[in-house]
Design a protein around this ligand. Structure first.
Ligand SMILES: NC(=O)c1ccc[n+]([C@@H]2O[C@H](COP(=O)([O-])OP(=O)(O)OC[C@H]3O[C@@H](n4cnc5c(N)ncnc54)[C@H](OP(=O)(O)O)[C@@H]3O)[C@@H](O)[C@H]2O)c1
Length: 314
């Protein structure tokens, strides 16, 4: 049986991954920051020698995108240094590794208005796994450095799984915020000029498990929903699912929200690697709207539990 070690198991994706593995009867050890600090070499070595995993999944990350602008070194220590340390531990222990990464490795800064979708203007189509990254933020630079650190150290036995626009039951996220605001405010202003793929953490978890159990070639995979929308489109869908009037969500431009880190105007990712000749034969995650509908009861329950001061169940 495959022995899994999940770093960052206290986070939104890590929690769902550990739960998904446990529910499939897999041998999994989930470690949060208190048990495994990826910036601490001794902590990493200890975890790998003690648990002797076959696969390490790195869900640990500095994810505060705006804070990273002023603290890039600290973000780098987690997102690149931590990834490198785990990869070195895997190399020494003979384990494979999955490094979770992000659409922010791409520029996503120009929108081409062609065809039914909007795509990163520097490529004019969904970003392919092998497109050249060009991060525009400190967070994106540190995550790209993490990808490279892992692929350099484990060229034959690592997967980089890029995801984006995550929501889930176990952490703050945009969908849960909209569920809360629908209850609290008559109207909500949401940006309508950033395009991406809302993605459920449980779907990414399932994709990671399927990838590891396949005979897929090592390398980069994109684990996002298919289709695309804007934050405004996503908020309207949430209001509709709640039975609230979607017209209470009003569109605004990104320029009206001043933030330290620029957001990609369009970071839609393509999914070719799942289907290619070297691919794992695993179907990509489906349509973003269908995923949101599947996830919604768990998200509402989590938000209600949070409002009542209770922990969310898994
Ligand atoms: N959320 C998104 O929309 C999104 C989009 C694209 C990609 N991703 C990627 O998906 C992965 C999972 O993200 P997420 O949304 O689950 O983020 P999250 O909820 O912020 O989880 C990240 C976890 O990493 C932990 N961590 C931070 N520093 C650590 C350290 N030095 N050692 C060990 N653990 C540490 C955090 O612990 P503390 O809580 O104690 O800080 C947190 O539990 C990350 O690689 C992220 O870059 C996320």
């Amino acid at each position: 049986m495959t022995r899994w070690l999940v770093a960052g198991a206290g986070g939104m994706l890590g929690t769902d991954l550990v739960a998904a593995l446990a529910s499939r009867g897999e041998a999994v050890t989930g470690m949060d920051r208190a048990g495994l600090d990826v910036t601490d070499a001794a902590s990493v070595t200890d975890a790998i020698t003690r648990h002797r995993p076959d696969v390490v999944v790195n869900c640990a990350a500095w994810t505060a995108v705006d804070d990273a602008e002023a603290s890039e070194e600290q973000a780098l220590a987690v997102n690149a240094g931590g990834a490198a340390r785990l990869a070195a531990g895997c190399a020494a222990g003979g384990a494979r590794m999955v490094q979770v990464s992000t659409d922010y490795v791409f520029a996503g800064d120009v929108v081409a208005d062609e065809g039914p979708g909007r795509f990163g203007g520097d490529v004019g189509r969904p970003y392919a796994e092998d497109d050249v990254p060009a991060p525009r933020t400190a967070y994106g630079r540190t995550k790209l450095a993490g990808e490279r650190a892992v692929l350099d150290r484990l060229p034959g036995s690592a997967y980089v799984v890029r995801t984006a626009w995550l929501y889930g039951a176990h952490g703050p996220n945009f969908v849960r915020t909209m569920i809360k605001l629908a209850d609290q405010r008559p109207t909500v202003d949401v940006v309508d000029d950033q395009h991406g793929q809302p993605t459920w953490t449980a779907d990414v978890a399932a994709q990671i498990i399927a990838l590891v159990h396949s005979s897929a070639a090592p390398g980069i995979y994109h684990a996002t929903s298919s289709g695309q929308t804007t934050w405004f489109g996503l908020a309207r869908e949430v209001f509709g699912l709640l039975g609230a009037d979607p017209a209470r969500v009003r569109p605004i431009p990104s320029s009206s929200l001043l933030r330290p880190a620029p957001r990609p105007a369009c970071s839609v990712l393509g999914h070719r690697a799942w289907a290619g000749p070297q691919g794992p034969g695993v179907r990509p995650i489906g349509d973003w709207r269908a995923a949101l509908h599947r996830a919604f009861p768990a998200l509402v329950a989590a938000q209600q539990a949070a409002a009542a001061g209770q922990p969310a169940s898994s």
